[in-house]
Design a protein around this ligand. Sequence first.
Ligand code: PLP
Length: 439
Amino acid sequence: MNVPVPNNLEAFWMPFTANRQFKKAPRLLASASGMYYTTVDGRKLLDAAAGLWCVNAGHGRREIVEAVAAQVGELDYAPAFQMGHPKAFELAARLTSMMPKPLDHVFFTNSGSESVETALKIAVAYQRARGKGTKTRLIGRERGYHGVNFGGISVGGIPTNRKFFGSLLTGVDHMRHTHDIERNAYSRGQPEYGAEFADELERIIYLHDASNIAAVIVEPMAGSTGVLVPPKGYLERLREICTKHDILLIFDEVITGFGRLGAPFAVDYFGVVPDIVTTAKGITNGVIPMGGVFCSSDIYDAFMTGPEHAIELFHGYTYSAHPVACAASMATLDIYASEGLLNRGPELAQYFEDALHSLKGLPHVIDIRNIGLVGAIELQPIDGEPTKRAFAAFLSAYEKGVMMRTTGDIIALSPPLIVSKAEIDLLVSVIADVLKALP
Ligand code: PLP
């Protein structure tokens, strides 16, 4: 079935998109089911990106659709401030039961970016709540992506996301990123070398003094800047240093949460427990916007003081714990549990890894890396024209029936967790054809 292309494409200013290129040759999706999108001209596209790292249970899941429809009919909206509804509490209890102790509380947001802002604000306010009001400085990392709001771009480490927006948050420092292609190219799973990059945190703490630092925020695996897998021992070392200096550690699990690494959360995969975990995306399978910020009981308890009628945290969104998002999330968690999707690592990760690494040696490939159900193929950039080669690969894959994601000159793959071995084979063979034909 063909769906008409709207005749005005100009009005919509598209996010993170080459608007002029897109509008000359639009790539419009009409429907989706399982592992596939269908374009407006009726072509099937294998979804190798889980939408945008969020559709972990695959598309068009009937149970979620029905839960959303029923919820809209029953309770369309409930005010989020000084009022509640049962599903918000049920969902919070269920989500926190999936997290290791002491991450016993969750604050609801509507996106990954809002989860990050919430986490940073809670971190700073927590330090003040416990009488350490000088601890305000935040430490991020180069090549970190923490969404697009001012806090997130400030602690984030992507130059283009920072340079256009004037002065950012002050009092922020960055550790170096962990990507070390010279020593770690073609790593399978966690790279061998680079745990010592964590020691840079000691240097930054020495410079500012721990009494001025609130929190360190990192993605346990940096997704958006090209699947940068943490070297063995690196996250453990960050945890040790933060504990030693009484600094909060925040893991941004907006991508790694809900099964992407083959375990429910990166916290489980790496066995490292931070003080705050940010999530979004897979929390509702991408169906309704939602995010959640998990906090330790120490943090929560530090706010639960003062007169009982007083608001403890001056923060929240009109749509925090929106009933429809809560219903979508509960149905999503049911699917994850009944189909074992959050633990597909042992079953599929090895197959995915072998398939991806079979692309070694094809034209322009300078690295392949993977962990769980996420992988990356890094290409040699065209001299003087960074990103152009990978974008050409993206367009060519689209023509050949695969929707993948590229960032810089890196192809990032993160299929829905329902992917089959046959679909992995198809994906890899299309990428092989794409690479062989690239300029
Ligand atoms: N944090 C991380 C680690 C992300 O990968 C993303 C999005 O990709 C975000 C935050 C921002 O999420 P959103 O686009 O939902 O605001």
